[in-house]
Design a protein around this ligand. Structure first.
Ligand code: MG
Length: 391
């Protein structure tokens, strides 16, 4: 059901970060933290609107540089916040849509919330009425006095570290914040104000990496997690090639000569498999195709071993700052049987690509006598690869 409003305070001053840009707008891998924090809510079916609460002097910037620039269509308003988080959330509450049933409050500098955790929290709140996301405390916690004298060691098994989102029915949250304003209660999270109304709030287990980005070390951690989740600078490439089978030519596949009464026709040695692999590699890095780099009109490439071209391709990749991560390929041929040569081809490819043999896979298939490969008119090859940025 689409009945959830999201309040996202991002009015903090980022005092601990030391930079000139306010925390939510710090860019990591080309995007501001706030944009990462918004993603999961923008995508979620249950969320109907998002109210951003920004610093007064950053409202216009936030509208232009975050909401408009990154296309967050669910952000209905960017409103000016107050002195502290609690003041900001209170101000934001006044802008929530009448029709919304639930309000999820989420920190604008908590950019690693996963869809799975959000799902779990929304499911739980529909059953229990008020939930916060958190994780069991891993370290032992001590209570100290102002002289740092330890006054107690609370039982760790009952301690949870609280994160966001914190989700409540709209009525309950409005009531909690209104009472807090009336009676001067201060709380460091939303749940504490709701708890003071005597309303039960339940914990929903989240993820340890759903951190609030507060210090420069957090930024480093954040970047690593984003890279891990997105595959980092990983890219995928695809290649396909076909050559005609003719008499009077050697059959070269994957850099080895395979005994057969015909061979593949082409300007080079017509190694159809290596051509598909090269096209996959060039495709992944965005460097066009082998025809562009090694044109068959160039006499330099007449009869050349495609292994040499593959090595040149690997260099091109390297010069663009990439290296191959893995390759999988299929040879499509009715005849001859490829199986006896597969392992040798695999090792050949691994060596040329500077990979371990398990990072390379070579398959072969017939087409059951169908089509040009089935009729023995030619051989086709497909290849996919992943490449990654190298240093
Ligand atoms: Mg070719």
């Amino acid at each position: 059901m689409a009945d959830v409003s999201v309040l996202m305070p991002c009015a903090g001053l980022g005092k601990r970060m030391g930079g000139r840009v306010n925390k939510p707008y710090i860019e990591v891998l080309g995007r501001p933290l706030l944009a990462y924090a918004l993603d999961v809510f923008q995508r979620h079916m249950s969320v109907t609107e998002i109210i951003l609460i920004a610093r007064k002097d950053e409202v216009a910037f936030c509208r232009q540089e975050i909401v408009k620039k990154y296309g967050f269509t669910k952000v209905r308003e960017v409103v000016a916040g107050g002195e502290e988080r609690q003041d900001s959330v209170f101000l934001g509450l006044a802008h929530v849509d009448e029709k919304s049933k639930w309000i999820a409050v989420h920190d604008g500098v908590r950019p690693l919330l996963t869809e799975r955790t959000l799902d779990r929290a929304l499911e739980a709140v529909r059953e229990r009425g008020a939930v916060v996301v958190g994780v069991p405390v891993k370290d032992t916690i001590k209570e100290v006095n102002s002289n740092l004298l330890i006054r107690g060691t609370p039982d760790r098994s009952r301690l949870w570290q609280v994160q966001t989102p914190q989700i409540f029915t709209k009525n309950v949250l409005v009531q909690a914040y209104s009472r807090a304003a009336e009676l001067g209660w201060r709380g460091t999270d939303d749940a504490s104000l709701v708890e003071r109304l005597g309303i039960d709030v339940y914990m929903v287990r989240g993820d340890y990496d759903n951190i609030k980005v507060t210090t420069p070390e957090d930024l480093v951690f954040f970047e690593e997690i984003v890279k891990k989740r997105t595959g980092g600078d990983m890219r995928v490439g695809f290649g396909y090639d076909v050559h005609r089978l003719v008499e009077g030519r050697r059959l070269v596949l994957g850099g080895i000569v395979i005994p057969y009464d015909r061979g593949l026709l082409g300007h080079s040695d017509a190694d159809v498999l290596l051509h598909a692999v090269m096209d996959a590699l060039l495709g992944a890095v965005g460097l066009d195709d082998i025809g562009a780099h090694f044109p068959d009109t160039d006499p330099a490439y007449r009869g050349i071993s495609s292994m040499v071209l593959l090595q040149k391709t690997v260099e091109l990749l390297r010069n663009s700052g990439f290296e191959c991560n893995n390759v999988d390929c299929s040879i499509v041929a009715q005849q001859p049987k490829i199986a006896p040569y597969r392992e040798k081809i695999r090792l050949n490819l691994a060596q040329a690509l500077k990979l371990q043999s398990e990072q390379v896979n070579v398959k072969a298939t017939t087409t059951e006598g169908l089509g040009f490969t089935g009729q023995g008119e030619g051989i086709a090859a497909y290849a996919v690869c992943t490449i990654r940025k190298c240093n």
